[in-house]
Design a protein around this ligand. Structure first.
Ligand code: ZN
Length: 452
């Protein structure tokens, strides 16, 4: 790949000092960033390079999505007026019909949308594996490779079916031994622990109400033995709090800790209902939180205590969550939602625009264990960069480009992942978006049709 020099843009590096250059440059050399600064790049860096005119644009690290369910793109707009548990029980029977074709089409369309809304690294939590569905994890990994995003695939699972007191129907749960074997096989086949990795696997039983404590314990052991990270949903709703109090005599956070699930190799989605002592434990242990404000609002789950988590020093990233509970699924919108939700909960000075950008970049990198490689524009970091148009109608009248990014509605101009152009002039370069949409519509029609 030729060296790429982006100049003339506002650069928000998202480094520890939150350094910004009002008129700056970034140099991408292969998969890495080699220079960032104010003004123009040095002549020897510009010589022979591809020059990108960044005027009217804001450069940020590519956004990092720490929680998602890509397969849900094809079941959006369903059960729109019910609780999490009501929503899940409506959707489980549709998800029981997932197969390789539907998961691939859904993931590809959803990943394209993530790229077009500024996301360079996404995790995905896939936890529905019907017995006759085929290799669903491989299907979404193939989609991620086609679209070109850095991918952290969390191999999810459920082993607590309705007949054992869990929420999901027995048709979508798996046997514990089978889950552990399939997860270990996925780690062996796909996990690339090397620097510059485009693909990592995490171990990710679904939630306290769909997974046995035994599987949670064994999953933690498997992840630690194989050196991968742990992910799950936790403390999302009051119903879950009641479920844990009834079944385990403690809160979800206490339950997680009793199973060995707090630690700096763990990140968990939601964490809406955390007590002050639980927040302290998250901070002390370095347990990460994937904050999903849009999904929490859509399902009326509540407003997570993000200010308290940040003040305590816990890692906090942002997640769009699955598209069935965040239909628009735009990564950049999650920054705005995080700010609004924090202010509804904690008042008018809770979270600044820059706090939100930091969560979506540095915070996300910390949750995924990639702080040394992504989430910051600095020499030596991976060349994952989003360039946003802040000079059009959405940015007109807003002087501060970071405010346009968070409060406004900026359009993405370019996206690079490991220096590879994924989006240019607002268009996806790696796949035909019309074809992706047609494929997603086709499989959605099949999946949503009631069986006769
Ligand atoms: Zn989720």
């Amino acid at each position: 790949m030729p060296r790429i020099v982006i100049e003339g843009c506002h650069v928000a590096t998202c480094d520890a000092a939150a350094t910004e250059h009002e008129d700056g440059y970034v140099v991408l050399d292969g998969a890495r960033i080699t220079a960032v600064g104010p003004g123009h790049a040095a002549p020897e860096l510009r010589d022979g390079a591809q020059l990108v005119d960044g005027s009217g644009c804001l450069a940020t690290p590519g956004l990092i999505n720490t929680h998602h369910h890509l397969y849900q793109w094809i079941t959006r707009g369903i059960a729109t007026d019910t609780t999490l548990f009501g929503w899940l029980t409506t959707l489980y029977p549709m998800w029981a019909r997932l197969d390789e074709d539907s998961v691939h089409a859904s993931a590809a369309a959803n990943l394209a949308w993530m790229a077009l809304t500024g996301c360079s690294t996404t995790s995905d939590h896939h936890y529905v594996f019907p017995s006759d569905g085929g290799d669903l994890l491989e299907s979404e990994i193939r989609a991620a490779q086609t679209i070109g995003l850095r991918f952290h695939a969390a191999r999810g699972s459920m082993d607590l079916g309705e007949s054992d007191g869990g929420l999901p129907p027995d048709s979508v749960v798996e046997d514990r031994d089978q889950i552990l074997a399939a997860t270990e096989q996925a780690i062996d086949r796909f996990n690339d622990p090397a620097p510059e990795s485009m693909l990592r696997i995490a171990v990710a039983p679904c939630s306290p109400f769909s997974v046995t404590g035994g599987l949670m314990r064994d999953a933690a052991e498997l992840a630690r033995r194989t050196g991968v990270r742990l992910h799950t949903h936790l403390a999302e709703t009051e119903d879950e709090e009641a479920f844990c109090q009834t079944n385990f005599g403690c809160s979800p956070a206490e339950y997680a800790e009793s199973l060995g699930w707090l630690g700096d190799d763990v990140w968990m989605a939601h964490c809406v209902h955390l007590s002050e002592p639980a927040i302290e434990r998250f901070a002390q242990t370095g347990t990460g939180v994937a904050h999903c404000p849009t999904s929490n609002g859509r399902l009326g789950s509540g407003a997570a205590p993000i200010m308290s988590l940040l003040r305590a020093g816990a890692p906090v990233g942002l997640g769009v969550d699955g598209a069935a509970s965040n239909e628009s699924g735009r990564m950049v919108d999650e920054l705005h939602q995080a700010l609004l939700v924090a202010r509804v909960r904690d008042g008018p000075v809770a979270l600044s625009a820059r706090d939100c950008l930091s969560m979506a970049t540095r915070g996300g990198a910390r949750c995924l264990g990639r702080s040394d490689e992504i989430g910051t524009l600095a020499p030596g970091m991976l060349a994952d960069l989003a360039l946003w148009r802040v000079d059009g109608i959405p940015g007109a009248g807003i002087e501060d480009p970071v405010c346009t990014l968070v409060f406004g509605a900026p359009a993405l101009e370019r996206l690079f992942v490991s220096g590879r152009p994924i989006v240019a002039a607002g268009q996806l370069l790696t796949a035909d978006t019309e074809q992706l949409a047609a494929e997603a519509s086709r499989v959605a029609r099949v999946l949503q049709r009631q069986p006769t």
